[in-house]
Design a protein around this ligand. Structure first.
Ligand code: GUN
Ligand code: ZN
Length: 441
């Protein structure tokens, strides 16, 4: 039996916070502890109570005065774009053609895919992200590299091979049949193995023919427990192109609806330029809009309207969208999310931000019993946060008088330097200042 007691200021969410300090929505324990056994949380509570439960000779990891939260969850990013972040000066379609479709061709080499997958997982962990939903490249080897790197670290990860059979370079195209066959094989190999979950991944309507969309429909019907991911309404030129390729569809959302892809395991990246009808369709089907603020600002795509999703009862999650997204940090992501919503006269409270990064995104994925909360029975994916990690933060923190204020400082000024430790299934990964590639395979 492997047991550890993690001590610090514990914060975990119970429900979505309403308003600036909805104290009933979270549990905060100033002198708290999390008791972990064999990768799972046994109990969470006051340090004194948990110590009694665990016994006097329990191994203690004392993280005071740092905060202890559930590991962060990122619901949309691209692992083959790890080395293409910060590619200058283009909007979506030009950016894809100029940089991304060149970069992704490198993943035909399994050794390259393996090297990037290791760096990718380490970047996530050093930013406190313990679960993510990622696109791999069109090459099945990239999916093997992705899940192998996740498995080596014990991480709960979701991902899948991109399918694209048109409007991409020859070297990045599959065919409808090949996309189906390779996806099927990868699902059999990885879905449900350890903590791996597969996401069926037609890239977007522009790069899939109707035949490939039809194959996606079959894959989704045959594997209802897999996730599905694609992109929707990110950029006006993209929308015009996509709808011209599917003239029978009412709008962009209807393209995916017609192929039976909208369900509560469907993640739709961006969803910026949406009509009321389209958001209502997401609400009816349970499909998820994924808000990627750093990416939307970086590519000049537009502003995600969260209030409209809420009004119409549609679900939304938050994500980095690396490599159009400019940071692996969910703290920096929520900083930009706050600003994007602020520009539209909307408010994202500090408690709501931290809820979104943790329990909110877990609920979005239907994984709320396993991840996103510090609760008995959950997987011990845990992050430690130092609100004074940078000198400017330390100076600002001297005037902070509430937990809400501290969280807002963390989100507004924080980054990977605030992540002092991260546990994956109870194992300390000690990512801070860790040299690349140091994880044993
Ligand atoms: N739409 C289709 N592919 C992509 C991608 O890789 N990144 C972004 N931001 N949008 C996309
Ligand atoms: Zn994306």
């Amino acid at each position: 039996m492997n047991e550890v007691l993690i001590r610090g200021r514990v914060l975990t969410f119970l429900t979505e916070p309403q308003g600036i300090d909805d104290a009933a929505s979270y549990r905060y324990i100033e002198d708290g502890a999390v008791f972990v056994r064999d990768g799972k949380i046994v109990e969470v509570g006051l340090y004194g109570d948990i110590l009694k439960l665990a016994g006097a000779d329990i191994r203690i990891k004392d993280h005071r005065p740092n905060l202890i939260l559930p590991g962060f969850i990122d619901t949309h990013l691209h692992f083959p774009q790890t080395q293409a972040i910060a590619s200058y000066g283009a909007q979506l379609l030009e950016w894809l053609n100029t940089y991304i479709f060149v970069e992704e061709q490198k993943f035909a080499r399994a050794a390259h895919a393996a090297e990037v997958a290791d760096r990718f997982m380490d970047e996530l962990l050093s930013n406190g992200t313990t679960t993510a939903v990622a696109y791999c490249s069109v090459h099945p080897e990239s999916v093997d590299a992705y899940f192998t790197a996740a498995e080596a670290r014990g991480m709960c990860m979701i991902g899948g091979k991109v399918m694209m059979d048109r409007n991409a370079p020859d070297a990045l195209r599959d065919t409808a049949q090949q996309g189906y066959d390779e996806t099927k094989r990868l699902i059999e190999k990885w879905h449900g193995r350890g903590r791996a979950h597969y996401a069926i991944s037609p890239r977007f309507a522009i790069t899939s023919t109707p035949e490939q969309m039809e194959m996606s429909r079959v894959l989704v019907a045959e594997h209802p427990d897999c996730y599905v991911q694609t992109h929707l309404s990110e950029n006006r030129d993209e929308i015009a192109f996509a709808t011209s390729l599917y003239p029978e569809a009412k709008d962009y959302t209807d393209i995916y609806a017609r192929y039976g892809l909208l369900n509560n395991r469907m993640l739709l990246g961006h969803c910026i330029h949406m009509s009321e009808r389209e958001v209502s369709v997401l609400a009816e089907t349970g499909a998820l809009g994924v808000f990627c603020p750093t990416s939307n600002l970086f590519l000049g795509s537009g502003l995600f309207n969260a209030a409209r999703f809420d009004e119409l009862g549609a679900r939304w999650s938050v994500a980095t969208d690396v490599g159009a997204g400019t940071s692996f940090s969910m703290l920096e992501t929520m900083d930009e999310a706050y600003k994007v919503l602020h520009l539209q006269g909307q408010r994202l409270t500090p408690f709501n931000s931290f809820y979104r990064m943790t329990r909110g995104n877990a609920l979005a994925l239907g994984l709320e019993r396993q991840i996103g909360s510090l609760q008995a029975g959950a997987d011990a994916d845990i992050v430690m946060l130092d609100s004074s990690a940078k000198s400017a933060m330390e100076f600002r923190m001297r005037t902070a008088t509430s937990l809400a204020e501290e969280l807002f400082i963390l989100q507004t000024m924080g980054d990977d330097r605030c992540i002092t430790e991260v546990y994956v299934a109870g194992k300390a990964m000690k990512t801070k200042n860790k040299k690349p590639g140091a994880v044993a395979r």
